[in-house]
Write a protein that binds this ligand. Structure first.
Ligand code: AGP
Length: 609
């Protein structure tokens, strides 16, 4: 969603701002803009569409400056127009904003009464005017920002410059991520480290309620009470290579192919430990996980499907009750809360607003024990959780989640084994067996990737279809859901997923010769049931595309296409079967010519409701 970058230096910062905004493009946006202090005047350029268009306009107008801020906007309040794009101005003050100001109507009325005129429909413009209003009291920009944010309710990350104070930039954070990048004689701000990683990897993550002042010489941080504080400097692990495409056509393709490495990194600690110590989830994990009597998983989208898979593992391996709920639903209902149940949030980005709010709500209901599975260190959700397990997928740029999902599955499987051990259901021999299965996982995933040429041939057939059905049973039903989500997300083909046994209770009515039906049919205890469900499809003229494994005892025939996934050890089979459905979605989208990495209407990090 929205992204922020800002810089103050002794060199032209316009290329830094533009590069930063390009690196933020993956988050999803519909307009962009920069404001710079050129001499003694603020200059601004904004465009709807791609950053490249805004970059051309800035170049045509000869933008060059040593202080500036930039923004990619994903529309919430007000349509996708140039006048709603950031930065917003108020009498020589320029500001960019991520988040949503809840009391913007009230502030707008107040500022109108004070004589301010509004040019946009955004909630953001009120902040620019509010800061300008406070500056009228003769205070400086930092103090004006500190006064203004105390009058705001909602979420914000802000970067502000003023033509009256050319030697500094001020920033604030509440509810949205913001970090400061430290350079030599230059400093930066960004909502995401990827925006500034080519300038510096030395970063300071601001905390809730913090404000900060950046000059060329240094950075001063203040807490919510405006008291100066030291925040720890860290060296970001995000590498430039992870943000570059390399030989791949799309980030999604790159990230699909990175999965053996990403899984290897995610399971490394367990392999090194020779088992599944509770400490994989934090140093206090043993006592917490041994004491819980159930698990409540909260997540959105693909992460929710990881949670659905985990339920099968947790109940089977640990014999603990496990519920999985979409975070945006949970947060608004009078949910049953047992303080002895562990709340597990799953989020690639660690900043999905619905998941964050569901976590807060769970705590408000009395839940004491919380665990976050997350791919982004220092993001909001793990910071708000008691226990954390970071997946080590590396930066995921494609909007469609791929390696984040399979690494979440690997982390959740480890959680299930740890719970199984601590609750007396997994003995040493079983633990060793699970470790062996885990050890082979990256290799099995690599074999599944080798199916790509066969899947390309299927994708060409899918490209002309308007609808698709995905079927799976048991552990593979969530993978069918994930396959359908991937396909609709990036190819815009309408796709639905059902547990195969549910077909005859409704969706069978949709099946005809035009309806491709993808079936995930490994050789597990439900295979014979799945075969019966496939007969139901064939009898109605539906065309079957079956991912069977080496032992499925299943062959192709008229209207039945089969691709054989590698033989894989039982319970981790969902991870392996994820690969072909990802590849099918990717190549179908490619054949349809969609914008694979930035599908329409979607954002990578969903930081609004
Ligand atoms: C996945 O392909 C989607 N882009 C989306 O469903 C995503 O998984 C969801 O928005 C949750 O995001 P999170 O994992 O960052 O919380």
């Amino acid at each position: 969603m929205c992204g922020i970058v800002g810089a103050i230096a002794d060199r032209d910062v316009v290329p830094v701002l533009i590069e930063g905004l390009k690196r933020l493009e993956y988050r999803g946006y519909d307009s962009s803009g920069i404001a710079v202090l050129d001499g003694s005047a603020i200059r601004r350029v904004r465009r709807t569409g791609r950053v490249a268009e805004m970059e051309s306009a800035a170049a045509a107008e000869g933008f060059s400056a040593m202080l500036g801020i930039g923004h990619t906007r994903w529309a919430t309040h007000g349509g996708v127009t140039e006048s709603n794009a950031h930065p917003h101005l108020s009498h020589g003050v320029a500001l960019v904003h991520n988040g949503i100001i809840e009391n913007h109507e009230e502030q707008r009325e107040r500022l109108r009464a004070l004589g301010y005129a509004f040019e946009s429909q955004t909630d953001t413009e009120v902040i620019a005017h509010l800061i300008h209003h406070h500056l009228q009291a003769g205070i400086d920009l930092l103090e004006a920002l500190q006064r203004a944010v105390k009058e705001l309710t909602g979420a914000y990350a802000l970067a502000v410059i003023s033509q009256a104070e050319p030697q500094r930039m001020v920033v604030a954070r509440m509810g949205c991520p913001l970090l400061v990048g430290l350079g030599e004689g230059e400093n930066f701000v960004a909502s995401d480290v990827s925006a500034i990683v080519s300038a510096t990897r030395r970063v300071v993550f601001l905390e809730e309620g913090d404000t900060a002042e950046l000059t060329r010489a240094g950075v001063r941080v203040f807490d919510a009470g405006d008291v100066p504080v030291q925040r720890e400097e860290r060296l970001s692990s995000v590498s430039l290579a992870s943000l570059e495409l390399g030989p791949y056509r799309h980030f999604m393709q790159k990230e699909i192919h990175e999965q053996p490495r990403a899984l290897g990194d995610t399971i490394e600690a367990a392999i090194d430990a020779g088992g599944f110590p509770a400490e994989l989830f934090g140093k206090d994990a043993q006592a917490v996980l041994a004491g819980v009597t159930g698990v409540q998983i909260l997540a959105c989208g693909t992460s929710y499907y990881a949670g659905l898979t985990a339920r099968y593992w947790i109940e089977a391996l640990a014999n603990l009750p496990c519920s999985v709920e979409i975070a945006s639903e949970y947060r608004y209902r009078a949910a049953y809360a047992d303080p002895k149940h562990l709340i597990v949030t799953i989020s690639q980005s660690g900043e999905t607003l619905d998941t964050m709010e569901a976590l807060k709500y769970a705590k408000s209901l009395g839940h004491r024990h919380t665990l976050s599975i997350c791919n982004v260190p220092e993001s909001a959700i793990p910071r708000a959780s008691e226990l954390v397990c970071y997946t080590r997928a590396g930066a995921e740029i494609g909007v469609a989640s791929t390696k984040a999902f399979t690494t979440q599955l690997a982390a959740l499987f480890q959680l299930a084994v740890v719970l199984g051990k601590l609750h007396g259901r997994v003995d040493a021999a079983q633990e060793a067996d699970y470790l062996e299965q885990l050890r082979h996982l990256p290799g099995s995933v690599q074999h599944a990737l080798n199916l790509e040429p066969q899947i390309v041939a299927w994708a060409e057939r899918f490209a002309g279809k308007a609808n698709a059905l995905f079927l799976g049973r048991g552990l593979h039903y969530p993978i069918a859901l994930e396959g359908a989500l991937k396909l609709k997300e990036i190819s815009y083909i309408h796709a639905e997923a059902y547990p195969a046994g549910e077909l005859k209770h409704g969706p069978l009515a949709l099946v005809d010769a035009e309806m491709p039906v993808v079936v995930i049919a490994p050789n597990d205890s439900l295979l014979e049931k799945v075969k019966s469900n496939m007969q139901e499809v064939r009898a109605r003229g539906g065309e079957l595309f079956v991912f069977a494994d080496q032992d499925s005892n299943f062959s192709a025939s008229e209207g039945v296409h089969v691709i054989r996934t590698p033989r894989h050890a039982g319970v981790l089979s969902p991870v392996v079967h994820t690969i072909p459905v990802q590849l099918l979605a990717y190549h179908t989208a490619l054949a349809r010519g969609t914008d694979v990495d930035k599908p329409r209407n979607l954002a990578k990090s969903v930081t609004v409701e």
